[in-house]
Design a protein around this ligand. Sequence first.
Ligand SMILES: *[C@@H]1O[C@H](CO)[C@@H](O)[C@H](O)[C@H]1NC(C)=O
Ligand SMILES: *[C@@H]1O[C@H](CO)[C@@H](O)[C@H](O)[C@H]1NC(C)=O
Length: 395
Amino acid sequence: MSPLGLSPLLALAALSLVSAQDSFPKTPLANKHFTYPNLSYAIQPYRVDTDDNLLRGPQLGYNQCNSTTEGKNSLCQTSFLNSLDDFCVWAPSQPNSAVADQEGHMVAWCTKPGRGTRVIPAGALTGVQFIKTPAYVSVVGFIDQTKINIAAGDSGGEMDPHGADLRGNPLGGLVFSNAFGGDKNTFTQAIEWHNFMGSNSFCFKACDPANKDAAHFCEHVFDRIGCAYNVPSNAQNGVFESCLGDNQDFPGVYTVNGQVMTYTQPPEDQGAIQTMPYTARVPASSSCVAFKSADVFNGGVGVPVASPSASSAVSSASSTISSSGSATPSVTRSSSASGSASISTASSSPRTTASAASSTTGTSGNPQSTSNDAVTLAISGASILGIVFSALFLS
Ligand SMILES: *[C@@H]1O[C@H](CO)[C@@H](O)[C@H](O)[C@H]1NC(C)=O
Ligand SMILES: *[C@@H]1O[C@H](CO)[C@@H](O)[C@H](O)[C@H]1NC(C)=O
């Protein structure tokens, strides 16, 4: 009797042991620590994930990237988040891809050449806000996603160094930053980071590993609620600016009537997320410096430096964005932004002008939440696919 009674349990235990062995790497990606540029931990052939026999198969590309790998066919999976003019995002290696299908195989697309990656094409970025806070650096922005191989209309999903099988999305993806110390030649691995891509927009946060709350600021469980909740910001299409900022609240944590609450993301089988119990607080930013896009990406290969071509790139992207929002304010904002002085403080005209331009359209009293909501809804819609995909490979 007793063996019979135990055996289902034992069988279950044995099964889960086998399945754990088949699914999980010996060392999760987030526990692998590297220095740059000499990735001493990287095992040949030049990649940090060598768990080729696990369910998701081999890492697509490599982490040791150099002048030979650089360019439009690069499969470099080492990314950077340094500053307004020097960052990467994760995007597919093949044209017209859905983020949800490719999250495990994304490659680095960067604003600058020189680190063996792909370079984001001229005119793709139409607005970016970089913020450095005590705990992290982030970029939030607007992009013609078809120029970085994301299918038109794809509402996208989240990349982070965890994933259901702890190998990361992308598998073996690394992120470094030179923004955490004073020395721009010292690159620190951001152990915790998250990057949302989709709906012609993106946000990417790299948390300072020296901060004890890095894992909270770069939380990876809120994959369905997008940039507005994970990296709340004032980023606006047509505006390129670099700011200092306060820390945000931890994603998913909010305060109502003095009571601190934690949001729980509902399971997939309850369908699309229709309502949220809160709006994420946008942390204060300061010392913003505004740029024309051409100034910002001067170092990029093929990026037009002349203002006229930069402006037309911005305008055409603005009309792409218009399908999900308001074309007029974007165009107005971009012209006011590019017409503004290169250097201004947070309280000077570019931000104020942008807000005013937006509110005159009557679309919303709060232009920030308009653009963020579009991003949020879109990303939550698409993440359903991402989660289904994750569940499939683990089951
Ligand atoms: C890289 O680091 C490894 C391990 O610390 C060391 O053996 C190797 O010599 C280093 N290579 C270079 C080029 O510094
Ligand atoms: C450049 O990087 C690739 C991919 O990691 C590697 O295969 C190749 O040997 C490297 N080339 C040099 C010259 O280091």
